[in-house]
Design a protein around this ligand. Structure first.
Ligand code: 3UK
Length: 508
């Protein structure tokens, strides 16, 4: 990919203003409040940018927190912050005051644009910290709201003249374990992400209609539902709620062609997804967690579509190993995306032979700087990012995910990857969802335990336990079978929908 960008670069200008020059009246964003063309989105963005600069005193480099469910106005706020040369700190709607307080303090956040329905938690979090100015939206009648302020500022906003490496994103990792890391990205990173995975793997066109579940505050959603559709002049449907039922309804109603969601969501959708067969939906992207081969098969059987798997990370902005629908191999994530190098190395940093499990490391145009963090030295070495995953590479150069490094169970001297045991259980028809983790054991150090959500009507009894254990023993090496199984109603997940395996044994 060509990754040559001018020294002065503003991602909002590249992604939005350039498209307005080409197709001002094409559909751009759709949400529950209506549809905006590219021209209409730019009009909203420019009004918000005026409000930020003239009324709220936002200066280049200021950190502006954003907090709302997915909707067009949130996307406009994000673009306005970037156009004004400031740094967007988008936060997951599910975050509570305690977590927001950490984001505000670590990120030195001074301003916020917030959905009025989510403002109480933010006000509580702001108390006593650097965040001085909160402007709410979502209540168009409010005299002091963002919409009223936007009405006072018609007319174009001249983008702040930013350097390509000026920062525009501060994003926090999902933190399946431990304190989230703050990752920083610049305007060039945003444009590089748009130049690598989308044209080489997804290959979207201007007529595509994007839809999906990840929040815009998660860079998976930011790329998939805003940056990538804008970069090709396509349109995007933003759902404020994207549980399987709403997602399925949205795909049909808006005739979506490109879908972004996580493996658990594909698994939950699959039983009703046959209605999509033969329809306009043509590309389905799975990321955020390892894609079990069983889920890939369920989706193919229901819809006739082969999932596009890709591993991305907040610190790398978006997907860096992936395979398109023609090159996909069950059980593998794919190969490095053009523009990226990926390797699997041992503890001394030496590449391991084919088939051997080691640490994944990645180098590419979107590798990040971290917000001041003592862990920086562990996660970035010699320009390589170490996202914390155990991988192997096969003879054809396909990368196979084994586990997050924290999700390796060591039992009686064996290394057991929790996702591999989950994958085996998911092939059993009684299992809706499951999570696997190691629990302490006198004799073996750790033993494998599974927490299983059964499909409706399945008995949660001893016979079921034995049936599942036998099934795993026949599917993978018998020493990996879950010696303990607990039946539960739901599994602990992060705000981005990832399974928190460390919380399985210690809920709450
Ligand atoms: C895991 C995967 C196996 C992996 C993300 C797409 O998930 C994203 O970012 P996060 O910072 O988490 C990164 C970690 O998640 N992971 C993600 N995708 C896969 N594991 N197969 C996959 N396909 O442990 C990785 O280190 O929350 C995903 C785009 C942007 C993103 N930020």
């Amino acid at each position: 990919p060509s990754l040559q960008f001018p020294a002065r670069l503003n991602a909002a200008v590249e992604l939005l203003d350039r498209q307005v020059e080409r197709h001002a009246d094409r559909p751009c964003l759709v949400d529950a409040h209506g549809a905006w063309s590219y021209r209409e989105l730019r009009d909203r963005v420019d009004r918000i940018a005026h409000v930020l600069v003239q009324e709220l005193g936002v200066v280049p480099g200021a950190r502006v927190l954003l907090r709302a469910p997915n909707r067009s106005l949130l996307a406009a706020c994000w673009l306005a912050v970037v156009k004004a040369g400031a740094i967007a700190v988008a936060t997951m709607p599910l975050l509570r005051a305690k977590e927001l307080r950490t984001v505000i303090a670590l990120g030195q956040v001074t301003h916020a644009l917030c959905d009025v329905a989510l403002a109480d938690e933010l006000r509580a979090a702001a108390d006593g910290g650097p965040l001085q100015t909160i402007r709410c939206f979502g209540d168009p009648g409010a005299a002091d709201g963002l919409e009223a302020a936007m009405a006072r500022h018609p007319g174009p906003f001249t983008a702040v003249d930013t350097a390509a490496d000026d920062l525009c994103i501060l994003a926090f990792t999902s933190g399946t374990t431990g304190v989230p890391k703050g990752t920083l990205h610049g305007h060039r990173d945003v444009m590089s992400a748009c130049a690598c995975w989308p044209p080489h793997v997804l290959r979207p066109v201007a007529d595509d209609v994007f839809i999906g579940s990840p929040p815009l505050a998660f860079t998976f959603g930011l790329g998939g539902l805003l940056l990538f559709p804008l970069s090709v002049g396509a349109s995007s449907v933003l759902l404020d709620k994207a549980a399987p039922a709403q997602l399925l309804e949205g795909i049909q109603r808006h005739r979506a062609t490109v879908l972004f969601t996580a493996p658990t969501s594909y698994r939950a959708l699959a039983p009703q997804a046959a209605v999509l067969r033969g329809g306009p939906l043509r590309k389905c992207v799975s990321a955020g967690e390892a894609l079990p081969a069983a889920t890939r098969a369920l989706w193919r059987e229901a819809t006739g579509l082969e999932l596009i798997d890709g591993i991305g990370a907040t610190e790398l902005l978006h997907i860096f190993i992936s395979a398109d629908e023609h090159e996909a191999r069950p059980g593998a994530t794919g190969r490095p995306v053009p523009g990226y190098r990926a390797e699997v190395v041992d503890d001394a940093g030496r590449p391991v032979p084919a088939g051997v499990v080691g640490q994944l490391r990645v180098k590419g145009p979107t590798g990040c700087r971290y917000l001041d963090d003592p862990r920086q030295a562990r996660y970035v070495r010699d320009g390589w990012n170490y996202p914390g995953d155990a991988y192997s590479v096969d003879a054809d150069g396909y990368f196979h995910h084994h586990a997050r490094t924290d999700d390796m169970i060591v039992s009686a001297g064996y290394n057991i990857a929790a996702p591999e045991v989950e994958e085996a259980l998911l092939q059993h028809p009684a299992v809706a969802e499951c999570g696997v983790a190691g629990v302490p054991d006198e004799e073996r150090g750790q033993v494998v335990q599974a927490w299983v959500v059964l499909r409706p009507g399945q008995p949660a009894d001893e016979a079921q336990v034995r049936a599942l254990q036998d099934f795993v023993k026949q599917t993978v090496a018998p020493y990996k079978y879950p010696r303990r199984i607990a039946f539960v109603a739901e599994l602990p997940r992060t705000a981005t929908g990832k399974l928190q395996r460390h919380r399985l044994a210690h809920p709450g």
